[in-house]
Structures are given as C-alpha cells and as structure tokens.
Design a protein around this ligand. Structure first.
Ligand SMILES: [Zn+2]
Length: 366
C-alpha cells in the first residue's frame, strides 16, 4: 500500500513535473523564436540613433543615410543651449536608443548621464580628448567632426554589419566635402595672416582657430562669459574700447546667448563699423547638414573680412588720392582674382568649392 501510493505519488509528481517542464520549455521555445523573429528585422536596420544635439544628429544622418533613424533632442536655435533641461520623454528616448551620440565636455551632461545600459555611445569629446572645462563647442572643430564621423561609421558597422560598405562609402563622400571646407579655411588663413576677432561668447572658438583667426577677446570678459556670469563693468569697458579702436576684424555674436552685455557690444560694433557675425549653437533650420552649415559659415566669414578689408583699402585710397572710391574698389577687386570669385558666388560656396581642383592653387603666379 505504502509503496504503491508512494509510487503513484511519485508518478503524479513526475507527470506534473514533466508537464511543468513541457510548459516551461514551450515557453522557452516560443520566446526563443520570438526573439529570433525580432532580432532579424533589427539586423537590417534602420538603426535607432538618438543625438543630444542636432549638430551631431545631422552628422549621424550624413554617415548613416537611410540605414539610420535619427532623433535629435535639442534642435532649437532659440534657447540657451547651456541651460537646456530635457523632458522625461527626452530621457526615455536616450535610454531606448541603440546608439546615442553626445557632445560631452559638460555641454550636454543631461544626456551623457542618461545613457541606456546597452546603448552604444559615441561622444565627440572622447574622440578629441576634451574634458569638462574645455571649450565644448566641438562641432565647430574639424578634428572633432572627423573623429565623430569615423566613430559613427565604426559604431554603425558594428550594429548593422550587413551595411558596413554603405557606411564606409558615405564616410568617404563626407570626408571629401570636409576636405573642401578645410581647403577653404587654409586659403583664408594664407590670405589673412593677422585676422583677429572678439566674441560675445566663445561659440565659434574652434572654427575661428581652424581659419587662423587670433582670439582678441579680453580675458576677463571671456572668463565671465564662459562661466555664464555677468561681465564686470571694467571688462565690458575694455571690450568696448577694443571694438572702438577697431583692433578686431569681426565681432562674433552668439545669437543663443544674448544679454544686455552682448547687446551693448554689438551696438558698439555697429557704431564703430566693426562687422558683427551672428552664429548659433544648434544647426539652423535653413541648413541641410552640419557640413553645409560649416561651409556656409566659412564662406560668409571670408566675405565679411574681404569686404571689410576692401572698404579699408578704399578709405586708404580716399585719403591718398582724394577721389570717390566706387570705381576704384571695382578695379582693385578685379586684380585679386580669387577674392572676386568668392564674392560673386557666395551663396553656392559649397558647390563652387567642390568643383575646384584648380581652385586649390588659384593664382600661383601672383
Ligand atoms: Zn555656447
């Protein structure tokens, strides 16, 4: 009896256990097939990319093309980028992304500290070794752009190996465009050996440095601006005096960091005939890509400086020859062949420069 009922119980237990095992393994198989099913479409893309700011989001799209779906969290040129606070839904997007692209160097700490556990992260600051406290406006640096483009290509290829070739092809095309910009910047710095600028905020620091400009912004002012403090009256006066003396060729004005102080400075520049050049932090709406934007800025800055120096030549000519300068300035522009090229075709700078293998040595004889 005892053994019989024991056997029965054992048998029942075995059946139960088998049943449980069966259902467990059924579940297991089901979920296995499910995850295999969901894994397949993931492997053919598009990769879900979330960028903290649209400058880097744009570059991710340039390299990723149709094989990526890019969401940029901070895209507005109408907010103070340094004070940006993400919504809960923004953080959720960051955490769900397959690849997160951040600027780093303290610019978007809200994003760098919200990375999902499994996300692949591409950080502009990491590619160039920039730390918190360094100038964080890295998208304006040719080194950072190149570093991020390569890093993105690698990350995309890892997540979507079947499209490795496509990513490499897009990287090569991108590098060609970037080289054209670098050539334009080199041409500029070769022609303008002692170009100087001041800045209401150091947004374009790397761009100006890549173009060979010297930063003449008074130190005291620059420090208070970098720490987002009010400039001391003495620092502001020093900057105004610098502008009035026209010891800078251009005043860079960050349109996303406007204040009473910056308005005062642009006002002083206006009265002193120092050109004011507006630059935003985020990629503006009317620019189709980070590359086009940088090319456009380089071309427009070149025009601003060329026009200002042409006007100065006029003034010199005026004082020497005592003639009205309209016709004279035309004549002197004509002799400088390449400067008239950039001036007549300023709107299509990127395409113009693309088709200029001969433009690399515009006039070796002169
Ligand atoms: Zn800034």
């Amino acid at each position: 009896m005892k053994t019989h009922s024991h056997r029965l119980l054992t048998a029942m237990a075995a059946v139960l256990a088998t049943g449980m095992l069966l259902s467990v393994s059924a579940c297991g198989t089901a979920s296995n097939t499910q995850s295999q099913n969901t894994a397949k479409p993931e492997a053919t893309g598009p990769i879900e990319v979330v960028a903290s700011v649209n400058q880097w989001g744009s570059l991710a799209k340039q390299i990723g093309g149709d094989d990526v779906s890019v969401t940029s969290i901070l895209s507005s040129t109408a907010v103070d980028a340094h004070d940006f606070e993400p919504k809960t839904s923004d953080i959720a997007k960051l955490q769900k992304a397959q690849i997160v692209v951040t600027n780093g160097a303290g610019y978007d700490a809200w994003a760098t500290k919200s990375l999902g556990r499994n996300a692949v992260s591409v950080s502009a600051a990491q590619t160039v070794g920039a730390m918190e406290g360094d100038n964080p406006h890295l998208w304006f640096s040719k080194d950072a752009r190149n570093g991020v483009a390569e890093e993105l290509t690698e990350a995309f290829s890892k997540v979507l190996p079947s499209k490795k070739k496509a990513f490499a092809t897009r990287l090569a095309a991108w590098k060609k465009q970037e080289k054209t910009i670098e050539q334009a910047m080199d041409d500029f710095s070769a022609k303008h050996k002692d170009a100087k600028y001041g800045a209401t905020e150091a947004v374009a620091y790397y761009l100006m440095s890549d173009m060979g400009f010297e930063d003449a912004t008074p130190k005291g002012y620059a420090q208070s601006s970098a720490s987002e403090g009010e400039p001391a009256p003495a620092d502001l006066q020093e900057f105004q005096a610098l502008i009035e003396s026209r010891d800078i060729d251009v005043l860079i004005n960050n349109t996303q960091e406007a204040s009473d102080a910056t308005n005062m400075l642009t006002g002083t520049a206006g009265r002193s005939d120092v050109p004011v050049f507006d630059i935003s932090e985020q990629l503006p709406d009317d620019q189709s890509s980070l590359t086009d934007w940088i090319a456009d800025l380089v071309s427009k800055l070149t025009d601003v400086i060329d026009e200002a120096s042409a006007a100065e030549d006029d003034t010199d000519a005026d004082t020497q020859n005592d003639t009205t300068s309209e016709t004279q300035s035309d004549g002197s522009d004509g002799t400088a062949g390449d400067s008239s090229d950039t001036q007549t075709q300023d709107d299509s700078a990127a395409t113009t420069q693309d088709s200029s293998p001969d433009g690399e040595q515009p006039d070796p004889g002169k």
